[in-house]
Design a protein around this ligand. Sequence first.
Ligand SMILES: [Zn+2]
Length: 365
Amino acid sequence: MSMMKAAIFVERGRIELADKPIPDVGPNDALIRITTTTICGTDIHILKGEYPVAKGLTIGHEPVGVIAKLGSAVNGYEEGQRVIAGAICPNFNSYAAQDGVASQDGSYLIGSSRCGAHGYKATAGWRFGNLIDGTQAEYVLVPDAQGNLAPIPDGLSDEQVLMCPDIMSTGFKGAENANIRIGDIVAVFAQGPIGLCATAGARLQGASTIIVIDGNDHRLGIAKQMGADVTLNFHTCDVVDEVMKLTGGRGVDASIEALGTQGTFESALRVLKPGGTLSSLGVYSSDLTIPLAAFAAGLGDHRINTALCPGGKERMRRLMNIVASGRADFGALVTHHFALDDIVAAYDLFANQRNGVLKVAITPH
Ligand SMILES: [Zn+2]
């Protein structure tokens, strides 16, 4: 049995490289040789022990690579083909997928009785680096490959499509879930990689004015490149007051929360007009409180939408087409490069947000 290198969760505070067997390929799987992957903010929650995963699990959920081996039931692909897969890998035959919520599909867990016979399980479509071995390795096994492998269009580099599996899919979902109409005024809270993609998504959806909020001027500068019209640094102004002034006291049509804290969630609600939509993308680490006045005691016709990023080959095809067409360019998000052998240093840089890091490209070879 041949072995590979993989970044595994050891214990709270420790993700390290280890040797693991290269996985066997079942009929519906594909083995992908990773050429580029990255670290997500969610992986930092795992590193800090805030999001529990099994000890020894390979971390990472953003694969760009080459098909090394195809399962016998996977048709329409070739070994050697360049592909990505979404961070979320649903079984598209499941009840959840046919109900339009493929990301909440846990049908593959039915045998282990970790979900009911119907197969719905919140967030279970996120398998890589959560419930099965992930992508920060030399190889990853893609389950239900027929529905999840997306060929990379000719001419696009690994780095150009590296944001598609998660960051772009999530950020754009935030804009889609905000029900943005042409001419809307939109506020986006936090401009990390996902917030930046939500800003770009809001622009693509037709927002006339995009107000973005962060505490980091470097990120606010990049937000301008992504389509932000007004940038607010929460260290230097009262964000809620400022947004209400900018909208003549009306509030924004839609607000997007892209961090996952009480403060950002609350502000996103406080700046929202009656009848507006709050689209929440953040991963929260504790209970949320909803402020009564901003919530209009429950009578404000507000909509609050949550999301896990969509996966699947059709979603990935669309996102890669956005990149190929030049409608959005996320090249500026890849700020640092590391070999897989140096992934502990990459985690250290990314977790501590040093040197203006936004996303790191990790290459096994
Ligand atoms: Zn992620």
